[in-house]
Design a protein around this ligand. Structure first.
Ligand code: BGC
Length: 715
């Protein structure tokens, strides 16, 4: 349909019809059950049956047959035959579940996130979905916040690369194409900085910090073509995002020239009343529409008050038309006026869901996303090892993590996968871990029985972590240690004289220091999805040489949080000197337990011959990496830069590039990075994005702490 037809359509619509397009409801209002628990209050929304055929979109209703039926019924009833837009949270897979986004970011391989999103698009579009509320690109520094699992991590550069890959995977060149869906970037903006890591909490960020660290990944998604932007729940610098003109007008529309569609988060327009920004329903509608929020998700102030506001002259009709235009354009971009069902097809569902190819991609992502944090030589397991496996994740198949809404339970557990790989396995103390929400949060202490059962095992594998229901939205935690009996299990097994391998399943960095002395090897497994068991077994058995690197720092203890690598330098930095009046903790190092970019493999890779050059104004850095081991490895060579003196204080280092190199045993490669002025730009005191000539430290290394450094003057 060409644009003039959209204008014609808008001209023919009543204000009631327009406001209904601007409203998104759960399918429950259409007389069908939603497929998931709703993530917010389902209050009386005061929707009249006459409004239903005009409603613009639904959320989280899946399945080709169901959606074809709903679409047929309501497109027929709609006076203009405007199709519904089916939106859903398809986050890290649909039926084939990939690792949680934080884990995929740890693969430092954007291909994984792109594959995950492309697979999710093809599987969910066959089930009738048109748009996903993904990716979430909120930068995070606080593992107390449960939603770190959905984020690409703490670094702006890595977040941009991963976010871009996700958008490309979902949308391809054009979301209208078969097997593609539109992508909605969220949550704009700064949701990851919720104070104290408590979900939905307020956010205070200076504009410099907002622009330097938090905004780039949303912008990267839009540059990659994301069709929609979702507001965040938080109040930012005094104004709720969902009524924030500075974010949605000044930055998004005027500065970034975004001409797509925007949507509130779940009932977030309503929450502007609870926040105390809007006095009542009318003000809530006015504030959010004027800010430029086109669709109100799961509250109904627009539809209930919009008409009166216009009639009273309090709201301009142009703003309503602007929002409706954005919504109809999106439907048109997806080809829904010609084909309202898009790719919904029960036969395709059967063909695509959990097909072999999708599972292979998920396994590749799973094994690249786990991060080896400690290894005293116990891993990889020797063939024929007799393993005593314990802990709540030994036999569990619940390893997808949050937002796997349409997923079926995984078929394999770690104990099963290890047996299938030829290991002899004895299981004990593998009962379930209660959830914090249910006030349980522990496993039954069966350490004496486990000790007995494992008497003739060569080693113990403790599969521990946090309940998947305790990560994700509304799952903030103030304590980050493993439950007492899980820590006890690890300690007791070690004290019984057995070597211990600990595999940690979690959606966030946990406090692992207390178990470190009792574990000989430590593998951070996150929640790896459908192929969790096979991916982890690939690593444990040595079929895959681990290559994951941390996308988020692991704290020594909760009191250090936020602890992240790209912080500013104080005037009294601590380098281990004896002075009292320096910036340090008396009872804990300043550094995290495991820093950003950190991860081990079964190989030793040596870095040598580091040089930085400036030739005819072109700056480059290179380093040689040598695999001094007998196994092939995938090494992530990381480039960091520090601006030594500038008109505003600059972070001690910032990731500016990375390259993954396959190195065969004994192989040596030279890795070269071009350093451009764009990489060196920052926001000055006037918030101009500038390059300032001067001295820079160029660092290349294995992780954010272990780097080779050279200084160079760049004009
Ligand atoms: C979450 C969003 C999600 C939405 C719809 C909200 O609670 O914050 O990320 O997309 O629900 O399910």
């Amino acid at each position: 349909m060409d644009n003039s037809k959209i204008e014609e359509l808008i001209n023919n619509m009543t204000i009631e019809e327009k406001l209904a397009q601007m409203t998104q409801l759960s399918p429950v209002f259409f007389g069908v059950e939603p497929d998931i628990d709703l993530t917010g209050p389902m209050e009386e929304l005061n929707i009249s049956p006459a409004d239903l055929p005009n409603i613009g979109s639904t959320l989280n209703y899946f399945g080709a047959e169901k959606l074809i039926h709903l679409q047929k019924e309501y497109t027929e009833k709609n006076p203009h035959h405007i199709p519904l837009l089916f939106m859903a949270d398809v986050i890290h897979g649909y039926k084939t579940i990939f690792p949680i986004p934080l884990a995929m970011s740890c693969s430092f391989n954007p291909e994984n996130y792109k594959n995950a999103s492309a697979v999710a698009a093809s599987e969910s579009s066959a089930s009738g979905i048109h748009l996903t509320f993904s990716p979430m690109s909120d930068l995070v520094r606080d593992p107390r916040w449960g939603r770190v699992m959905e984020s690409p991590g703490e670094d702006p550069y890595l977040n941009c690369i991963m976010t871009e890959a996700a958008v490309q995977g979902f949308q391809g060149d054009d979301p209208k194409q078969k097997g593609k869906i539109a992508s909605c970037i969220k949550h704009f903006a700064g949701y990851g900085a919720s104070e104290g890591g408590r979900d939905y909490n307020w956010v205070e960020l200076s504009e410099n910090t907002l622009r330097q660290f938090y905004l780039p990944s949303y912008k990267a998604a839009l540059d990659a073509g994301a069709k929609m932007v979702m507001t965040s729940f938080n109040v930012i610098n005094g104004v709720p995002s969902s009524a924030n003109k500075k974010l949605f007008q000044d930055i998004l529309r005027n500065e970034w020239k975004f001409n797509g569609c925007t949507i509130s988060d779940f009932a977030a327009v309503d929450e502007t009343i609870i926040n105390g920004l809007s006095a009542n329903s009318e003000e809530a509608a006015k504030n959010s529409i004027e800010a430029g929020v086109d669709i109100e998700m799961m509250s109904t102030h627009y539809i209930n008050c919009g008409k009166q506001l216009v009639e009273d002259g309090k709201l301009s009709m142009e703003l309503i038309d602007r929002a409706v235009r954005n919504i109809l354009n999106l439907k048109n971009d997806l080809g829904l006026f010609e084909n309202p069902f898009k790719d919904a097809d029960p036969e395709e569902e059967k063909r695509l869901h959990l097909c072999k190819h999708h599972r292979e991609l998920a396994r590749q992502a799973a094994r690249q996303s786990a991060v080896l944090l400690k290894n005293n030589g116990l891993l990889p397991l020797k063939p024929g090892t007799k393993i005593g496996i314990a802990g709540p994740f030994a036999d569990s198949t619940d390893t997808s993590g949050g937002w796997a809404l349409a997923a079926d339970r995984n078929t394999s557990s770690l104990s099963l996968a290890l047996q299938e790989r030829g290991f002899s396995v004895v299981t004990a103390m593998s009962g379930p871990l209660g959830s914090m929400e249910d006030q349980i949060f522990d496993i039954e202490d069966q350490t004496p029985q486990a000790e007995k059962a494992f008497a003739d095992c060569d080693l113990i594998l403790a599969a521990v972590g946090e309940n998947p229901r305790d990560t994700g939205e509304a799952c903030s935690r103030a304590y980050l240690r493993l439950s007492p009996n899980q820590e006890k299990l690890i300690r007791k097994m070690k004290e019984a004289g057995k070597p211990v391998v600990t595999v940690v399943f979690s959606g966030r960095p946990l406090e692992l220091k207390p178990i470190l002395p009792y574990t000989d090897a430590l593998l951070q497994a996150w929640f790896l999805g459908t192929e969790s068991a096979s991916g982890l077994t690939d690593i444990l058995s040595g079929d895959y040489n681990p290559s994951g690197r941390l996308a988020m720092s692991f704290p020594q203890t909760v009191g250090q949080i936020p602890v992240y690598y790209n912080h500013y330098r104080t005037g009294r930095p601590y380098y281990g000197q004896k002075d009292h009046y320096v910036s340090k903790y008396l009872d804990c190092p300043n550094e995290p337990l495991f820093p950003f970019g950190y991860g081990l493999s079964y190989s030793h890779v040596e870095y040598s011959d580091f040089s930085v050059r400036c030739e005819e104004g072109n700056v480059s850095a290179e380093i040689t990496v040598t695999n001094n081991s007998s196994v092939s490895t995938l090494e992530t060579v990381q480039l960091y830069i520090h601006d030594c003196v500038a008109s505003v204080v600059r972070p001690v280092k910032e990731l500016k590039g990375f390259q993954q190199e396959e190195l065969k045993p004994g192989e040596k490669k030279t890795v070269r990075f071009k350093i451009t002025k764009d990489m060196l730009k920052f926001y000055n005191q006037k918030l101009e994005y500038v390059f300032e000539p001067g001295e820079f430290e160029i660092m290349i290394g294995k992780n954010s702490q272990d780097v080779n450094t050279k200084r160079i003057w760049i004009n």
